[in-house]
Design a binder for this molecule. Sequence first.
Ligand SMILES: Nc1ncnc2c1ncn2[C@@H]1O[C@H](COP(=O)(O)OP(=O)(O)OP(=O)(O)O)[C@@H](O)[C@H]1O
Length: 252
Amino acid sequence: MPLLVVDGLVKVYPGGVKALRGISFSVEEGEVFGLVGPNGAGKTTTFRIIATLLKPTSGRVTVDGVDVAQEPYEARKKLVYVPEDVGGYRRLTGLEYLSFVIEVFMSARGATRSEVREALEEAVRLTGLSEEKLRRTRMQDYSKGMKRRVQVAWALAVKPRLAILDEPTSGLDVEASYELRRVIAEYARRHRVTVVLSSHNMLEVEYLCDRVALMKDGRIIDIGFPGELVEKYNARNLEEAYMRAVAGAGSR
Ligand SMILES: Nc1ncnc2c1ncn2[C@@H]1O[C@H](COP(=O)(O)OP(=O)(O)OP(=O)(O)O)[C@@H](O)[C@H]1O
């Protein structure tokens, strides 16, 4: 059974905005799966439903066999959600932040002290920062890129069944994005952590994702391996494939 199953999700927000119009996809264990599409396509809404933070109007999601609407507490033990902009915790140092979030996540799963310590060491390693810098610098004083790296580091280091990363590299410069992509790709493959991420950047998902879903206006217009989609739309790259898929979907 796939690790993540999204089946017929519909979300109508109060006020009548139809954010999701019936989307379905599934993600296998260890896969890096990308949702791509423009602003307002419904990526964050999908993530918030999977992460148990939002109830769908209809449809169903299971993570590792657990229905997220019926058993949200069980589901939360299996997943980590890193929103695009994590606020708060500004006054904690990087190390305090990592210790806090790792402790909260792992103790809910009944981890031992030594497992928590191991995850913290792993997270420190994944940040690429020295422990000294993490000990000295408050979250509010990191650059946006470093903050994202700290957040992604803990999300991967606790080895969840599913890591949901909302636009992990948005707003980062070329070097910081490259480095963060490398960390995600390498870690997911090495530890078989299933990753679902969103991005506006087609080149990024082409590099990072095993499979992608192309979204527009609350619908998935196509889904497949990046190379397969490029070929299917007779395109030079995923960006061009996306544009052709959108044009085709519009004329149907
Ligand atoms: N709380 C809300 N109340 C009403 N409408 C909302 C709410 N949150 C999102 N929407 C609307 O739902 C639609 C989908 O938004 P969503 O944030 O899921 O898209 P997105 O693909 O993540 O976009 P972005 O790339 O800009 O983050 C948009 O039209 C948005 O305006």
